[in-house]
Write a protein that binds this ligand. Structure first.
Ligand SMILES: [Ca+2]
Ligand SMILES: [Ca+2]
Ligand SMILES: [Ca+2]
Length: 230
């Protein structure tokens, strides 16, 4: 009996040692992943990449249906990037400098508007140092009559805007899901802005208003992971 007990004790302690070793191995294997994810501030993993490129001279080619993972905007001045709801990420009109804006397709980021996104967007400034851009999510509100397509419709923009500046040195990604995937606007007139997800029915014709002041490249990355914007 005593022998069995002692043998079972040894087994138990061996199990413990194995468990500890396994845990250490797991932690050790995670460290490189954490380090590489923290290198540029972006998560690791699959993503859709979109470069928004500021150009000094307006492009003349229409570039409709040109899914080159990039959109051209004015290097200085305002460009509308129209947003269209779809199953996938896709550049529908790459030329934002030609008078009808650019057009980008993306999925609804938060269909029930609970503040937990179904995907996340990260941004960083690239290109030669200098320049900044201010981006606001905007849309058309139905106005006092509550009906779209009538004279009192108005363009509204989010109170939560994103400003990106290209400074010297390494540029890091930041999670900008709150600024680019939602619009904060006071539709009910009580003096406090409410939050609406992109493509919520309360608004129409969503777009990013891209105010460029010399930023060469804004890089956006869309990841299949959620962000809590509450
Ligand atoms: Ca265009
Ligand atoms: Ca109206
Ligand atoms: Ca309100």
């Amino acid at each position: 009996m005593e022998k069995t007990n002692s043998s079972s004790k040894i087994t138990m302690s061996t199990t413990t040692v194995v468990a500890v070793t396994t845990t250490l191995a797991l932690i050790a294997s995670m460290i490189p992943a954490i380090t590489s994810a923290g290198g540029n501030g972006a998560p690791s993993g699959a993503h859709y990449n979109l470069n928004i490129i500021g150009v000094a001279k307006d492009k003349t080619a229409p570039m409709d249906g040109n899914d080159g993972h990039r959109i051209f905007v004015k290097l200085d001045g305002n460009t509308k990037i129209l947003l269209s709801e779809g199953e996938t990420f896709n550049v529908l009109d790459a030329n934002g400098t030609d008078g009808n804006g650019a057009k980008f397709q993306l999925p609804n980021p938060d269909p029930d508007n609970d503040g937990i996104t179904v995907y996340s967007v990260y941004a960083r400034a690239l290109g030669t140092p200098g320049g900044n851009a201010m981006i606001a999510t905007c849309a058309t509100a139905p106005g006092e009559d509550g009906i779209f397509g009538t004279a009192d419709d108005e363009e509204v923009c989010s109170t939560e805007t994103l400003t990106v500046e290209r400074t010297k040195g390494k540029s890091s990604f930041e999670n900008v899901s709150r600024e680019l995937l939602y619009i904060f606007v006071d539709l009910d007139g009580d003096g406090t802005a409410e939050r609406y997800n992109l493509f919520a029915d309360e608004l129409q014709d969503y777009f990013w208003s891209y105010d460029n002041n010399g930023l060469k490249v804004l890089q956006l990355r869309f990841y299949e992971m959620s962000t809590n914007v509450n």
